[in-house]
Design a protein around this ligand. Structure first.
Ligand SMILES: *Cc1c(COP(=O)(O)O)cnc(C)c1O
Length: 435
């Protein structure tokens, strides 16, 4: 499969180039040249396939001749040693739990797949690959964990000192080995500038193989397609006929993957774009005007995005047609108060505990289902484990919640982060000193 740039449809690159460079030279976004439609026979088999089998068959569509079937099978088995269960919450409503990976959020799917794909693509390189990533918290933990122990790759995670949560810092900075956590004296934008400068530094690029691992890499999007098929396959036959999926969205990688799944033939009736008060995309859906603006802080912090980076992919996928987009997506934004109320109400009525992001997804889903005239099955994506947002969630429900073991283990480990001045020369010294 070849990939083009949303800014230049005549450009064609291999998956290898798209994955290792992350972004086309024109600063557009890579998109698959064709979105292949799967056969009705394949769809019939979906309910009987394991997550690994599905992941393999769907990945093969995008990878085709670049990686052998045997290697691809090993890759998906190694990338996903956890499940994505569909859990009933109330009548005709299910949570697709995407938090069973090592860092307890759906970003594990993308980060683990991307790291292993990169490792395969650099197999014949004589030098190690250095991955530079700036994070305000959520991405860094998934990327650090995703690249941990992956051969041939060293990853440098830059985060702003004092600006990430304790859990996030522990998840990024207790790993060691090939993961170097740099605690930068500055804000997120400083981390971002250091990384951008290094990626554009010709001198550095001459001596080292460097790349990034940001959220727009197509290798993070592809594995997110798998779980939409898997979720649909877990419904019963009747439910599968009329099914709506609600996606709590920030940078819109998750929703873009869902739309790609639909384009490949997965019969999802409609998608719900559930947002917090950072609702530029719901606003676009309702008014046809796209007005990006600075983000506002909320309790569903991973969705505090004012100019969603994957939105361009959605526009591209629908030929920039507002009408076509709104046929497939309905959207709305919700306040923190509504989100807290939904967490408490769902807990009391059903016993199911949502995290703040999943609760936004459920709010959107329920409102949308009330607009539908016929009975429809609803799925909302539970994108993080509630314990990741322990203080907020405990405050809302008024009782303590248990910590999953993989989280409490990590909280006990010592921080291995290296302090770094907000200074480019100092950063380059660290990046070039391990050889
Ligand atoms: C990143 C993230 C989101 C937003 O996903 P996008 O693909 O950026 O729209 C939602 N919930 C959680 C917990 C996240 O970490």
């Amino acid at each position: 499969m070849k990939f083009y740039s949303t800014k230049d449809k005549s450009l064609r690159v291999s998956l290898k180039e798209a994955v290792l460079t992350g972004m086309p030279p024109d600063h557009g976004l890579y998109m698959p040249e064709t979105v292949p439609t799967l056969t009705p026979e394949f769809l019939k088999r979906v309910p009987d396939l394991s997550f690994h089998d599905l992941a393999f068959e769907l990945a093969r569509v995008f990878v085709d001749e670049e990686i052998s079937d045997e290697k691809l099978k090993d890759l998906v088995n190694d990338a996903f040693p956890f499940d994505a269960p569909l859990v009933p919450v109330s009548d005709h409503i299910y949570a697709l739990e995407l938090f069973h990976g090592p860092t307890l959020a759906f970003k594990d799917f993308g980060a683990r797949f991307m790291s292993r794909l990169m490792a395969l693509f650099i197999q014949n390189f004589s030098k190690e690959l250095k991955i530079l990533v700036a994070t305000s918290g959520d991405t860094g933990s998934a990327v650090a964990s995703g690249f941990y122990n992956v051969p041939g790759i060293r990853v440098y995670v830059l985060y702003p000192a004092g600006k990430v949560s304790e859990i996030q810092e522990k998840q990024m900075a207790t790993l060691g080995k090939n993961v170097i956590a740099l605690k930068v004296h500055g804000v997120f934008d400083d981390c971002q500038s250091l990384v951008k400068k290094a990626l554009a530094d010709e001198k550095l690029r001459k001596s080292f193989v460097i790349s990034s691992a940001n959220s727009i890499n197509i290798a993070r999007l592809i594995p997110q397609i798998f779980y939409y098929f898997y979720a649909w396959g877990q419904l019963d036959e009747k439910e599968r006929k009329h099914c709506v999926v609600s996606v709590p969205s920030g940078n819109f990688g998750n929703l873009t993957a869902g739309l790609l799944a639909k384009r490949m033939g997965l019969p999802i009736r409609r998608f719900v774009d559930a947002a917090n008060v950072n609702d530029v995309v719901p606003e676009y859906l309702n008014t046809a005007r796209f007005n990006p603006r600075p983000s506002v802080q909320t309790i569903s912090s991973a969705m505090d995005v004012g100019n969603p980076s994957n939105f361009e992919r959605i526009l591209d996928l629908y030929g920039y047609s507002h009408q076509a987009i709104t046929r497939d997506i309905w959207g709305k934004g919700y306040s923190d108060e509504q989100t807290k109320y939904k967490i408490r109400e769902t807990m009391e009525k059903t016993g199911y505990l949502c995290d703040p992001h999943g609760a936004v997804g459920l709010l959107g889903l329920e409102e949308y289902l009330n607009l539908e005239k016929k009975p429809v099955t609803g799925i909302f994506l539970e994108t993080a484990h509630p314990a990741k947002f322990k203080p907020i969630v405990e405050n809302v429900i008024g009782k303590e919640i248990p910590m999953p073991e993989r989280l409490s283990e990590c909280l006990e480990k010592p921080l291995l982060s290296v302090p770094l001045k907000n200074d480019y020369k100092a950063f380059v010294r660290v990046v070039t000193s391990d050889e």
